[in-house]
Design a protein around this ligand. Structure first.
Ligand code: CP
Ligand code: NVA
Length: 306
């Protein structure tokens, strides 16, 4: 049976921990697994722009001995030039795995259903699991023990927030999410995370108060207020979110050894002030680096179990 990485819901807490251990191994030894993908080609279908996801996958695949084929919006025109099903079936005959960044999450689900090769979600409108894995690795590197840590997520209840919700609830990290009214994470995802959290001991709290969320928290996380694909809502969103900026004042009540996290790209002066993202508590470039190590671990895992 092939495995995919569509959301972290499909992974047990033990599997996530194993992926983090494997990522740390790839990080310690950059040459580890250098023959793993020898003769294998990995496709990257991207409907949206990317810096970190594309480059870290391409570099990671190269370091594992494989090669990458980037298929931007112009090349494949997923679902328009050709059906998603036909694309999935055709690419399964050439490639060993496919990373997909799509607008609609259901397109990634359809790719996974129709392809005989592993499909990796490189971001959809609902989830960003590779990011969450890199984030968990970054938190683990700082605090060693993940259980009992509190992560405060401030801003939009979006794809990044959803994947953090799943990852945190699986590994016992308490999560407080502060959003404006109407921008909460999807209730069905929160409910599923709450069910998982019962087992791990994680507590999940939704609030509209950033101050309440950050109080004594060890990890403060923010993401853009306008995600890719929401550009038409930009004006309204920037106004609605203006009290949700992570800045020095807000962080006064956070744990004194807190870290600031952001998946990047960031907008200084909007969701985060420049002195915070460029300050001494910020680990945003560690997160970015960890994308590389985590994705090598994901590829090693998926291509071994295929
Ligand atoms: N964090 C992240 O996924 O960055 P990109 O959009 O640049 O890939
Ligand atoms: N929420 C952002 C994440 C970018 C990595 C977006 O979807 O655009």
């Amino acid at each position: 049976m092939k495995r995919d990485l569509i959301t972290l819901f499909d992974y047990t807490a033990t599997e996530i921990q194993q992926l983090l251990e494997s990522s740390a191994k790839f990080k310690r030894d950059r040459t580890f697994g250098s023959q793993l993908l020898l003769g294998k080609s990995i496709g990257l279908i991207f409907q949206k722009p990317s810096n970190r996801t594309r480059v870290s996958f391409e570099v990671g695949v190269n370091q594992l001995g494989g090669n990458c084929i980037y298929l931007g919006p112009e090349e494949i025109n997923l679902g328009e030039r050709e059906s998603t099903t036909d694309v999935a079936k055709t690419l399964s005959r050439y490639l060993s795995a496919l990373v997909a960044r799509t607008h609609a999450h259901k397109v990634i689900v359809e790719l996974a259903e129709q392809a005989s090769i592993p499909i990796i979600n490189g971001l959809s409108d609902l989830y960003h699991p590779c990011q969450a894995l890199a984030d968990l690795l970054t938190v683990q590197e700082t605090f060693k023990n993940l259980k009992g840590i509190t992560l405060a997520y401030i801003g939009d209840g979006n794809n990044v927030c959803h994947s953090l919700l799943i990852g945190c609830s699986k590994l016992g990290i308490h999560m407080r999410i502060a959003t404006p009214k109407g921008y909460e994470p999807l209730s069905e995802i929160v409910k599923l995370a709450q069910t998982i959290a019962k087992k791990s001991g994680a507590r999940i709290k939704l609030t509209h108060s950033p101050q309440e969320a950050v109080k004594s928290a060890q990890v403060i996380y923010s993401d853009v207020w306008v995600s890719m694909g929401q550009e038409k809502e930009a004006k309204k969103r920037l106004k609605t979110f203006q009290n949700y900026q992570v800045n020095k004042k807000l962080l006064q009540s956070a744990d004194k050894d807190h870290i600031f996290m952001h998946c990047l790209p960031a907008h200084r002066g909007e969701e985060v002030s420049a002195d915070v993202i460029d300050g001494k508590h910020s680990v945003v470039f560690d997160q970015a680096e960890n994308r590389l190590h985590v994705q090598k671990a994901v590829l090693a895992f998926l291509l071994k179990t295929k």
